[in-house]
Design a binder for this molecule. Structure first.
Ligand code: 13P
Ligand code: SF4
Length: 322
């Protein structure tokens, strides 16, 4: 509509004026992803967002995603201004892994290598030996296991148990979860599969083990999009945030994409396949971030000492992923 168009035009002008680039996650609303593409930014998974932000020459990054993604961008590019549409966009994994208790957990097992998911605070990253995202977690844990390392894994218990099962690595798991993926239900998925017997099931590994067990492909957002592109099936049942449908449908035109069933109706389901924090990244908020004169409402700052320490495990991941 007219107002949206107006916001888009304003944002385009502000991106130019501020030498800024829009870095968006696949779970943001389609119009945000389209705008990132249209303006030379990126739409990707969390690993690629980190790399793109680090390597792009723009002075300012505007990160449409959740707080840990903004913090990661700032840790990797302290010289850049990193803005977010809202600083309120957090993640249940980050919230469920406070530094004090996580650090005590690590201290209790000093012979373990600490591997944390990117969905954590800068302080938790600073306590870690390795940071991983879902697209590289399996390879990194395989590598550590081959060196005989015992692992502390945090915070996603579902992703952790999937990786432990796949690799056979000895892993102590923090008991966190993503409120979006935790809602996918195996029983309802089994019933849906009966209706679509030829459909392939694509599952993000933040989902419960009973759902992962039914998958034809398990992987990060970018890996699931790839699977939709390469598997021969005409129909896919997709267990991840529905924001992914925008790029998945582009990658696999003509294929039918169906949402995997979540726990309940609107009354009982906390998230219903769409992350409430990702949903905060609207056009109005992006325009506000780019035009704000008061940095405190939109700019990401990370304490210097923390940033330098957190950069080590992040660089380790990016070097490994090369
Ligand atoms: P990836 O894009 O790395 O698969 O991460 C999923 C996620 O939950 C980000 O919030
Ligand atoms: Fe966190 Fe889940 Fe939202 Fe991703 S989808 S930001 S893991 S709560």
């Amino acid at each position: 509509d007219a107002q949206k168009l107006e916001y888009k035009e304003k944002i385009k002008a502000l991106l130019k004026a501020r030498d800024a680039v829009l870095v968006a996650h696949y779970y943001t609303d389609p119009e945000i992803q389209a705008l990132a593409e249209e303006t030379g930014g990126c739409v990707s998974d969390s690993l690629e967002m980190a790399r793109f932000g680090r390597d792009h020459p723009a002075k300012t990054l505007i990160v449409a995603g959740v707080k840990f993604m903004g913090e990661t961008a700032k840790i990797l590019s302290p010289e850049k201004t990193v803005l977010m549409p809202t600083l309120e966009a957090t993640c249940s994994l980050d919230v469920g892994c406070p530094i004090e208790t996580f650090s005590a957990f690590c201290d209790a097992h000093p012979d373990h290598t600490v591997v944390v998911y990117a969905n954590t605070s800068a302080a938790v990253k600073a306590r870690a030996d390795w940071v991983v995202t879902s697209s590289i977690a399996l390879e990194i844990v395989e590598h550590l296991d081959s060196e005989g390392k015992k692992i502390i894994w945090g915070p996603d218990r579902h992703l952790g148990s999937y990786i432990a099962k796949q690799t056979g690595a000895e892993m102590l798991l923090w008991q966190g979860e993503c409120i979006v993926h935790d809602e996918f239900k195996a029983k309802a998925l089994r019933e849906l599969k009966l209706q679509y017997p030829d459909a392939a099931v694509l599952v993000h590994p933040e989902s419960p083990a009973s759902v992962v067990e039914m998958a034809d492909a398990v992987g990060s957002t970018s890996q699931l999009i790839k699977a939709a592109q390469t598997l021969p099936n005409d129909t896919f049942i997709v267990a991840t945030d529905k924001g992914i449908f925008y790029k998945m449908q582009q990658a696999a035109p003509g294929k039918t994409l169906i949402e995997a069933p979540t726990g309940g109706n609107g009354a009982t389901c906390k998230s219903c396949a769409h992350c409430p924090w990702m949903a905060m990244n609207g056009l109005k908020a992006i325009e506000a971030a780019l035009s704000a004169t008061d940095a405190s409402t939109h700019e990401i700052f990370v304490d210097d000492a923390l940033r330098e320490r957190a950069k080590l495990p992040l660089d380790r991941m990016l070097d490994f992923a090369k």
